[in-house]
Design a protein around this ligand. Sequence first.
Ligand SMILES: Cc1cc2nc3c(=O)[nH]c(=O)nc-3n(C[C@H](O)[C@H](O)[C@H](O)COP(=O)(O)OP(=O)(O)OC[C@H]3O[C@@H](n4cnc5c(N)ncnc54)[C@H](O)[C@@H]3O)c2cc1C
Length: 139
Amino acid sequence: MRGKCNAAPVANGVISVGDAWVDDGEIGNVPALANGVYAGRVIIEAARKNDFSEEALKPAKDFITKKFLTALAQNKKSKLLCTKFNEEELKQMFLFMQHMDYPVMMFGSSTQRGLMLTHFMMKNFFRFFKHPRIARSMF
Ligand SMILES: Cc1cc2nc3c(=O)[nH]c(=O)nc-3n(C[C@H](O)[C@H](O)[C@H](O)COP(=O)(O)OP(=O)(O)OC[C@H]3O[C@@H](n4cnc5c(N)ncnc54)[C@H](O)[C@@H]3O)c2cc1C
């Protein structure tokens, strides 16, 4: 079901929003809210025209961009890291990741993402040398 939602989040009279359409079932709090607001605007427009057909609701699909799917795929990969690391390494990984801004990673412009990643690299500069195994797993 989730796989199908991922491919077709809009149908006649229905829009799949938030975790419901994500194939591994987790979009994150901020993206879920943004997705809801986006779909809400499409629904208001559909209500104004009293047309809830798939065609009328289609603009809701525009929320799911290629960049967004790539970010979700990266996020999915990082969730599996806990199966590779021991407890101490996991703690270290959280210290790395505290400087990652997920909403910017998923929705930011190239400039915003560039600035955020520069900040991430600078803040983690010494950790990259101290924990090369964790650093390698992130790229
Ligand atoms: C343990 C855990 C930790 C997480 N930590 C983070 C985090 O730190 N940061 C982050 O960004 N994200 C985190 N997430 C992910 C985040 O919680 C979800 O991505 C987000 O809540 C999705 O929002 P949503 O509105 O799509 O779905 P939900 O928040 O799941 O809302 C769906 C709602 O629909 C209701 N519902 C279901 N079926 C029906 C029905 N038939 N009729 C009426 N109501 C129904 C449910 O009860 C629920 O209230 C975490 C998730 C989990 C499980």
